[in-house]
Design a protein around this ligand. Structure first.
Ligand SMILES: [Zn+2]
Length: 385
């Protein structure tokens, strides 16, 4: 039997980024963890006693990142497509079919090993909660299989059968499949349902029909929208009361108003704009309007193959007008809001003790030192990973 101490006090924290809106950062801090949760947080001078202490040596401690948007269940890669794009070809939704063929051909063992590798990569970079979508199977069997694989790694699984219409079928027949037998096979393994609402994928009416079918069997909706151009997706997400709508690159004033009014989280995915050389979303306008904003990786083999939230934070600060504090909040408590989670994303009493220790004195270094592996340790549920 292990003889684990019941409480651990992290001491000599140079800066504790709690994510509390009133007081997001505390200097010279300590953090008490008990039973896998935060039991106390504050200035070191006031720290309560604990069974054991762990000295972090003046480093910053931040909440673990909550990556609310990823597509990790796939086989193969599309480095050649990326290289072609960097040589001047444009990005379209059609490249997804390349990954679909590779994913269908892969064994279960291969898919599990591939997701395990990517999740470990994320954890090393400070991510402690991840959402994983299906969407590269596009048959009843392969979508259900993708979700069974994803469930081994997270409870935040999303059925994205409506990623693109596969070859050999019509949009009408495929939507009927997605809302019928495919939904039935996927629903037991999924918490969420998602649609790629975009030119070349699914239009607003199709997206509404698919989301409502998912909601009818107990799934919660989220949506890919307004990535490649203006469209109906953001308004639809707000009308249906979805927790989050993702991409939000091309927004009208009415879209921003609707997000503000409904409280739907706008999830920004700056790694995609970086990797496709598209314009970045206007995060400044969203924040100034009072919209809740999240940042996520969108880790996928086509439009953005990064698993690094620190990289996305650096992009958000440099390219989207966010401050380092706003960007970190978006990648932690913002991500939690995008998943409807109240137990992660902040280091307040009662929250899960998911955190990253940075080899830096403060959280601003995440953007100030782009590309540097600053995450020294990741703790999940009070245990060092
Ligand atoms: Zn995506």
């Amino acid at each position: 039997m292990s003889t684990e101490p019941t409480s651990v006090l992290l001491t000599d924290i140079g800066e504790l980024f709690t994510g509390d809106p009133e007081r997001p950062a505390i200097s010279r801090a300590a953090l008490l963890i008990a039973g896998g949760h935060v039991a106390w947080a504050g200035e070191a001078a006031d720290a309560p006693p604990a069974d054991t202490a762990y000295d972090v040596g003046g480093r910053a401690v931040i909440p673990g990142f909550v990556d609310s948007h990823s597509h990790l269940v796939f086989a193969g890669d599309r480095a050649a497509e990326f290289s072609a794009r960097m040589a001047g070809e444009s990005y379209s939704a059609g490249g997804i079919r390349t990954t679909v063929a590779a994913t269908r051909a892969a064994t279960d063992e291969h898919l599990v090993a591939s997701v395990a590798r990517l999740v470990a990569e994320m954890t090393r970079q400070g991510t402690t909660t991840v959402e994983i979508k299906s969407g590269y199977g596009l048959t009843v069997k392969d979508e259900a299989r993708s979700l069974v694989v994803a469930r081994q790694f997270t409870d935040e699984t999303t059925f994205l059968g409506a990623h693109v219409v596969p070859e050999g079928t019509t949009p009408e027949d495929y939507v009927a499949l997605v809302t019928g037998p495919m939904l039935e096979a996927a629903a037991p393994h999924a918490k969420w349902i998602d649609v790629f609402c975009e030119r070349g994928a699914f239009d607003g009416d199709q997206a509404r029909h698919i989301l409502e079918a998912g909601q009818a069997v107990g799934l919660q909706g989220r949506l890919h929208a307004n990535q490649l151009g203006p469209g109906p997706g953001v308004q639809l997400a707000c009308e249906l009361g979805l927790t989050a709508v993702d991409h939000c690159t091309y927004l009208s004033d009415a879209d921003v108003d609707a997000l503000k009014q409904t409280g739907t989280t706008a999830t920004l995915l700056p790694g995609v704009e970086f990797s496709t050389r598209q314009p970045y979303p206007d995060a400044r306008a969203l924040l100034d309007a009072g919209v809740r904003v999240a940042i996520a990786s969108d880790c996928n083999p086509g439009s953005c193959f990064t698993s690094s939230l620190p990289f996305c934070i650096a992009l958000a600060v440099r390219e989207m007008g966010m401050t380092p504090t706003e960007a970190l909040l978006a990648a932690t408590s913002g991500g939690a809001a995008a998943l409807g989670r109240e137990d992660v994303g902040r280091l307040a009493v009662g929250m899960r003790a998911d955190l990253a220790i940075l080899d830096a004195p403060g959280h601003a270094h995440l953007a100030y030192r782009p590309g540097v592996p600053l995450v020294q340790q990741t703790w999940v549920g009070g245990r060092r990973f």
